[in-house]
Design a protein around this ligand. Sequence first.
Ligand SMILES: Cc1cc2nc3c(=O)[nH]c(=O)nc-3n(C[C@H](O)[C@H](O)[C@H](O)COP(=O)(O)OP(=O)(O)OC[C@H]3O[C@@H](n4cnc5c(N)ncnc54)[C@H](O)[C@@H]3O)c2cc1C
Length: 482
Amino acid sequence: MTAAGLASLVPGAACVHLVESADIGIVGVGEATLPHLRAFITRLGIDERAFMAATHATFKLGIEFHDFGRVGDSYIHPFGTYGRSLGDIGFHHFWLRRHQAGAVTAIGDYSVGVVAAQERRFAHPGPDPDDLATGYGYAYQFDATRFAPFLRAHAEARGATRTEGRVDGVERDPASGDVRAIVMADGERIEGDLFIDCSGFRALLIGDAMDETWEDWSHWLPCDRAVAAPCASPPGPIEPFTRATAMAAGWRWRIPLRHRVGNGYVYATDHLSDGAATDALVEAMESPPLAEPRLLRFRAGRRRRSWVGNVLAIGLASGFLEPLESTSIYLVQMAITQLIEHFPDRTLTAADRDGFNALVDAEYDRIRDFLILHYHATTRSDSSFWNHVRTMTIPDSLAEKMALWRRTGHVSRYAHGLFLEPSWIAVYLGQGIVPAGWDPRADLPDAAALDRALAALRRGIADAVSGLPDHGAYLAGMGVAA
Ligand SMILES: Cc1cc2nc3c(=O)[nH]c(=O)nc-3n(C[C@H](O)[C@H](O)[C@H](O)COP(=O)(O)OP(=O)(O)OC[C@H]3O[C@@H](n4cnc5c(N)ncnc54)[C@H](O)[C@@H]3O)c2cc1C
């Protein structure tokens, strides 16, 4: 993504040299994405249909969560909004008022994205934001092992050179500490002005060479391992959503692609052994694994700074947050965008680095808090893992957000970072945190008139969704079905 982004977007400002090793390969399990990826693909001039065909992609309207707040609960976190705001009063305040009176159904019934996901329907949203049938966003579920070579070809076609082989050493300037060259296993030296460390969990430059401090967040996000295995796609509709199901010591993903279903169990080794996790995953899968289950080790956290000297880390080299909300590929994309905005000349100023690092920090912190919420907002007490996350001390930044919501129904706003109001509302309400109050201005409309308006909105959404095609049929119509 980084090589393709730089070669496409700042072709005159940099000569891009991509170094990667087919022997080492990529981590290859990033299959669920966020709507931002569409902007990335579009900016790179990539045709959506070609990208979807190459990566066996399906559309994604959100994530369906099961058993998080309480065993038996489920909700969808959609890419899109709920209902319609009235002026600057969010729709959910009106919904909360009538919910307290028992006069409304689940808030998901007022979201096109949720209802379309439930009915397995999909079409590209139209351009009119006021049209009920267009109030949703979408992302992709794809085969990550096909995305990397697809982008590599894109980067090379735009002038990036590529060296295949293993990096074996790093030469640093003794005075400044900057990296001068990387040394390949066959002895080749590759010099550069700016080195972008995309070496994944190995963190060859930011970790091994620059020794940048790792900020550990595993006390808040204790899952440190995943076991992953694909299985065959079942007959019938293809779900336009990713599913996350809470398990005894973590959670399990299910990601429907065109040619197979991706599955994985993300768990905490303090609470479950690898063998037990593998057995639990295989038992929960809808059909036998198509490949030997694969173990992946990680730790939640990030480098204190992602850009140090002339080394800038992107992707897993800069940090890791578990894929509960499909955020890692977004973080890669965000870092590329910020790098381009702070793109240095040969002088590499501290201001560029500080600006970049501050924005990356904010993004990581917001996502971290949002992920912790999924664990902490629970009444589950059926395993040592859930007892731990339910009772652990959470970051002050999250505690403040939750307190504000509980009291007023308002979602804390921030200038930088992922997850806007509807996302927080989805998880708060989906996991049973119903606020005591709401915006007092939501009390102004007459109750009967408000109920009529809410019912009309719900009917309008149901009608709009019933006009959308089946997701699988839509993919077939695009010429990208299996
Ligand atoms: C269990 C799990 C599930 C995930 N699910 C999702 C998801 O659903 N959605 C999402 O957005 N993200 C997800 N992610 C994260 C996602 O996989 C990564 O963000 C994404 O793949 C980018 O990884 P990367 O490029 O940083 O590292 P890698 O994919 O590990 O790539 C590292 C690259 O560095 C090269 N390299 C390493 N060492 C050397 C060396 N010595 N010499 C030469 N080359 C070298 C490798 O060849 C490779 O090309 C998941 C991660 C895990 C662990």
